[in-house]
Design a protein around this ligand. Structure first.
Ligand code: HEM
Length: 360
């Protein structure tokens, strides 16, 4: 499809950036603010729902992914040690154990729907291990994250705002008193702790589950299990995960708000405009939908935009990669001969991935 690098969309009154070079520039431009919550989410909610869901909106306003400049930098810095390379490497054995257990249960059942049986489990358990939330059942972590991502993808829906508020209330009751979990800029402030907890749980779970689902589909469809299983270096599993990220960015786009006129490509984006920045190389508002046939295996590129770019580059990328690689490896070893029996995509155009993937 030949799509323009940057265009204005009259129907949605927003700008769409598709060209990867312009996307990289847009994500680094301080004139394109990440503070889009009011324009992209709150503005669409009826006033009575805004009042009812005030604690949810307060938490979202504190998420550092929606902040700019020093407030963003300070809050990101406060949790950066959780994601340090050494810490993720130390988690390797734990992540391998989580993946082996989930895949082992699925293998014992002769395969099945790997989204609830494997992808959701490894994403939730991997993030729980990082955040010291091992005591919380993975189904609850998945439900909370799903409720928040459904709301963010369709923020005009009052029912989804209420469901996200209920998820946040449950999360507050379950995680705020866990000792050691969730460092923030203000450790004594429950509102800051809840904001950080909800952002990390939400930011990591649907996305990592989506990546694992994509990667397993790609592995099985391309018959790559034998070579992944036979490679003790892990390079083949890395290549599958990287290719999945390149082909199917689990986050389809991110939003920005122009603080002043921004020249981008042939266009000048006016001050106050909402900008949809595509991470999958397709027009965000005219996307052709998810593929029915899996693309053929090919060399993996690492210069994709699946984790964004600039100051908001995904802080969880090393963890997501480690979870996905350990799961692909475990799956290739335990279930080398399965085929795809059913595939259904999520109906969420922003947080993408399989809703059902039956492998037997
Ligand atoms: C395949 C899995 C993942 C994908 C595709 C993904 C994607 C992204 C993207 C595109 C951004 C940039 C947002 C923006 O520019 O507005 C981002 C930021 C972020 N991600 Fe991820 N993510 C993944 C996994 C994770 C995990 C596992 C965690 C944590 C447990 C996480 C936590 C975050 C946080 C906190 C930010 C905000 C960073 C900042 O604003 O400085 N992500 N992610």
């Amino acid at each position: 499809m030949n799509v323009p690098g940057v265009r204005y969309d009259e129907t949605f009154d927003c700008w769409v950036v598709t060209d990867p070079e312009l996307v990289r520039r847009a994500l680094r431009d301080p004139a394109l603010s990440a503070q889009t919550l009011e324009a992209a989410t709150v503005a669409f909610l009826p006033p009575e729902v805004r009042a009812e869901c005030a604690p949810l909106l307060d938490a979202l306003r504190r998420w550092f992914v929606t902040l700019d400049g020093e407030p963003h930098r300070e809050r990101r810095q406060a949790v950066a040690h959780l994601f340090a390379t050494r810490r993720i490497r130390e988690l390797d054995d734990v992540l391998t154990g989580i993946a082996d257990a989930a895949v082992g249960r699925c293998a014992a059942a002769g395969g099945g729907d790997v989204v609830p049986a494997i992808a959701d489990v490894v994403a939730a358990r991997g993030i729980a291990a990082l955040l010291d939330l091992d005591g919380v059942a993975h189904e609850r972590l998945n439900d909370w994250a799903r409720a928040v991502s459904a709301f963010l993808a369709t923020s005009y829906r009052a029912d989804r705002a209420r469901a996200a508020q209920a998820a946040l209330d449950e999360m507050a009751a379950s995680v705020l008193d866990v000792p050691g979990a969730m460092p923030t800029v203000a450790p004594g402030d429950p509102a800051e702790r809840l904001a950080t907890a909800s952002m990390l749980l939400f930011g990591g779970m649907e996305t990592t589950s989506g990546l694992v689902g994509f990667a397993l589909w790609y592995l099985v469809s391309n018959g790559l299990s034998d070579r992944v299983a036979a490679d003790p270096s892990g390079a083949e599993a890395d290549a599958v995960v990287e290719r999945a990220l390149e082909l199917f960015a689990p986050v389809g786009h991110v939003a920005r708000l122009a603080l002043r006129p921004v020249p981008l490509g042939d266009a000048e984006i006016p001050a106050g405009a909402l900008v949809m920045v595509a991470l999958h190389g397709e027009d965000v508002l005219a996307a052709p939908g998810m593929p029915t046939r899996c693309p053929a295996h090919g060399p993996a590129r690492r210069d994709h935009l699946a984790f964004g770019g600039g100051p908001h580059f995904c802080i969880g990328a090393p963890l997501a990669r480690a979870i996905a690689t350990s799961t692909v490896t475990a799956f290739a070893r335990a279930l080398p001969d399965v085929a795809v029996q059913e595939l259904r995509w999520r109906d969420n155009p922003t947080f993408r991935g399989p809703a059902t993937l039956v492998l037997r």
